[in-house]
Design a protein around this ligand. Structure first.
Ligand SMILES: *[C@@H]1O[C@H](CO)[C@@H](O)[C@H](O)[C@H]1NC(C)=O
Ligand SMILES: *[C@@H]1O[C@H](CO)[C@@H](O)[C@H](O)[C@H]1NC(C)=O
Ligand SMILES: *[C@@H]1O[C@H](CO)[C@@H](O)[C@H](O)[C@H]1NC(C)=O
Ligand SMILES: *[C@@H]1O[C@H](CO)[C@@H](O)[C@H](O)[C@H]1NC(C)=O
Ligand SMILES: *[C@@H]1O[C@H](CO)[C@@H](O)[C@H](O)[C@H]1NC(C)=O
Length: 402
């Protein structure tokens, strides 16, 4: 007999904080455009194997990728987020069966069970199935998909290194990226389904190695750590998408903030809370006065450095999730500090990059600056905007009719 009650309890903890605002959540967060744009994209299905990823720089029209690109789960998961929004804020949402849209849009992702070609990113692609399970806890098909995805991720775990391998590389060169903190949650969901505690041990080992080798003393982070899998030793720390090996790539920092907050939420181990706080405080302290999140905190400002709205929205969501955890341990000072920072980020981001005429909600995302891929809409920038709006409502801090 499967027990989902603890999982649900962890997912939906509404806590009403008596918080007074430093800034108001921007009204765009609950604009009807959120629903109408996402629905228009949902109805514009390609061959069933294509998922919106980013847009062009001028008109904001979506470019599509296949199932085996790491972002393919975000749009299907956004459709489930809209179902949640329809419960939290019904007057702003089109009356359609969002759950069914989520199911239809995620169906083809199950092909990855047979031919996994996405490495650790299977954890990102599991998001819509975790959403499905939250709504239908007895959906055995979804439970089996999640267990299958988790098996794939578990096979990437190496006992000598103590981590799951992020990217495939040759021989004993074993690469772990900070993004990988985000895919560990799959182990907790699968473990609740099967009772297999080994999966949790793997997540804890990976997170502990990440604290040791990815996070710098000041709370900033490396993007890539290369290990030697024959000894478990670090060979090199470097960047891939950031400005320099020693710089702080903002999206990576934000993946770490949310990843460690999730680790704390799942385990209640103090060291994860401390790491989430350190990384979050660093992010807040390095924000420029303009309020615009650059693609890398250390990128030179002349010529002007592109923003990354995906890092901004992800960081806002991470800060709200951390605020919720602080509130859960009665730390109202900490809860308010992170919630205020999140709301300011969202307001500044809307100011910079809200684009009513684009298909995406936002412009000014940076996929990969070293490859000259920036100033576009990005599917996960929009996803974390919707999720942040929902989270604020769940925390009793948002208002549909602001
Ligand atoms: C169970 O979930 C799958 C997707 O994971 C979906 O296709 C199916 O419709 C769901 N079944 C029910 C009864 O909701
Ligand atoms: C638990 O999961 C690990 C990793 O997938 C696997 O090797 C092990 O066989 C599982 N244990 C049981 C009892 O199923
Ligand atoms: C935001 O994007 C617009 C183009 O859509 C560009 O002109 C502007 O410079 C960008 N701002 C930043 C801070 O990246
Ligand atoms: C938080 O405060 C509530 C109400 O006073 C109390 O019941 C709860 O045990 C406290 N939680 C923690 C983690 O201290
Ligand atoms: C409350 O949260 C702040 C910010 O994370 C932290 O610095 C502080 O130590 C926390 N206080 C307690 C009592 O946990």
């Amino acid at each position: 007999m499967r027990s989902f009650a603890p999982l649900l309890a962890l997912v939906f903890i509404p806590c009403a904080l008596p918080v007074s605002w430093a800034a108001q959540p921007p009204k765009e967060l609950y604009s009807r455009l959120v629903s109408s744009k996402i629905l228009a994209t949902a109805r514009d299905r390609r061959d069933g194997k294509s998922y919106p990823h980013n847009t062009d720089q001028v008109n904001g029209i979506w470019n599509y990728v296949g199932t085996d690109w790491w972002t393919s789960g975000f749009f299907p998961s956004t459709l489930y987020s809209m179902n949640r929004r329809s419960e939290l804020c019904p007057t702003t949402v089109d009356k359609v069966d969002w759950v069914n849209l989520g199911q239809v849009w995620s169906a083809d992702l199950t092909r990855l069970l047979i031919r996994n070609s996405v490495g650790h990113d299977i954890g990102f692609i599991s998001f819509p199935f975790v959403d499905e399970l939250t709504i239908h806890p007895n959906n055995e098909t979804t439970a089996e998909i999640i267990e299958g995805f988790s098996d794939i991720l578990a096979k990437r775990f190496d006992r000598t290194v103590g981590c799951t391998r992020s990217r495939d590389s040759s021989g004993t060169n074993f690469q772990v990226i900070i993004d990988n903190m985000m895919t560990l949650d799959l182990f907790f969901v699968a473990s609740r389904l099967t009772g297999n505690k080994t999966l949790i041990d793997m997540a804890i080992s990976h997170a502990d190695k990440t604290i040791e080798h990815h996070i710098r003393p000041d709370g900033s982070s490396y993007h890539v750590v290369e290990y030697d899998s024959s000894t478990g030793r670090v060979i090199r720390r470097r960047t891939a998408q950031g400005y320099a090996d020693e710089s702080t790539w903002t999206r990576g920092q934000a993946w770490g903030m949310l990843g460690f907050t999730n680790m704390y939420r799942r385990t209640e181990l103090e060291r994860y809370l401390q790491t989430a706080r350190r990384m979050s405080k660093l992010f807040i302290s390095r924000m420029p006065p303009s309020g615009v999140v650059p693609w890398d905190f250390d990128a030179p400002i002349d010529p002007p450095r592109p923003a990354d709205v995906s890092a901004a929205n992800l960081a806002a969501y991470a800060l709200l999730t951390l605020s919720e955890q602080e509130s859960g341990i009665n730390n109202s000072t900490g809860a308010k500090y992170y919630a205020d920072a999140a709301v300011k980020l969202l307001a500044d981001t809307v100011n910079l990059a809200w684009r009513p005429s684009w298909r995406s909600l936002f412009s000014n995302g940076t996929i990969n600056k070293p490859s000259d891929d920036y100033w576009t809409g990005i599917v996960y920038a929009d996803y974390y905007l919707v999720e942040s709006g929902n989270k604020l409502l769940e925390m009793g801090l948002g208002g549909c009719s602001l």
